[in-house]
Design a protein around this ligand. Structure first.
Ligand code: ZN
Length: 208
């Protein structure tokens, strides 16, 4: 199992970090050891003083395949969940400045808190317009609509599968909307996904 992640997939988020709008999906990966199951606390690591939250729609991949054609891309969507792409922004800044790989800033242990529940495609009116949000300490800090993705799900699956074959059970983190920010010990993050049946709490992560 692998975790594919997309950076800068929402224009407003790319802008808030001072990054250009990419002309191709920006792909990176996290190892399976990055997953933090729902309701487990996140322990603030000593290697960073600036861990940021990024809430993201997460696609669970339904089957194996490579070089996926656009017409078949949605067949690879088994279900949709919600996760956090926790980022050590201070380390990431150093990696970017030096042109180094950024795994230590993005792929460290427990950097991917993940919802226990995943909802099938039928749970949503439109897979290209899924709404989701994040609350920090009871206040909404991020609110996303997947229609604002620079590269929609179809394109993410087609593009990434040219390089990395899709395997059943893989996870695809699809990028974060604007509103990212720093975490402190004591914070509580609650993620929500809006299905046809209404707003669902997907995860609740405490920072310790
Ligand atoms: Zn991200």
């Amino acid at each position: 199992m692998k975790i594919l992640c997309i950076g800068r997939n929402y224009a407003a988020h790319a802008a808030e970090l001072g990054n250009d709008r990419p002309d191709k999906p920006m792909v990176f990966m996290k190892p399976g050891s990055a997953i933090l199951p729902n309701n487990k606390p996140f322990y603030y690591p000593e290697f960073s003083k600036d861990i940021h939250y990024e809430v993201e729609l997460v696609v669970k991949i339904s089957k194996n395949g490579r070089h996926v054609e656009p017409a078949f891309a949605m067949d690879y969507v088994e279900s949709i969940g919600l996760g956090l792409d926790l980022t050590a922004r201070d380390l990431q800044q150093i990696c970017k400045e030096k042109g180094h790989p950024w795994e230590i800033a993005k792929a460290f242990d427990n950097s991917a808190p993940l919802s226990a529940d995943f909802h099938p495609p039928e749970a949503f009116a439109d897979l290209n317009d899924i709404e989701f949000s994040l609350e920090k300490n009871g206040q909404e800090v991020q609110h996303g609509h997947s229609r604002n993705m620079i590269f929609p799900l179809t394109e993410l699956i087609c593009y990434t599968s040219q390089f990395f074959r899709m395997q059943k059970g893989d996870l695809l983190f699809t990028g974060t909307p604007e509103g990212v920010g720093a975490l402190q010990v004591g914070d509580e993050l609650v993620g929500y996904l809006y299905t046809k049946d209404g707003k669902k709490e997907m995860f609740r992560t405490r920072i310790k």
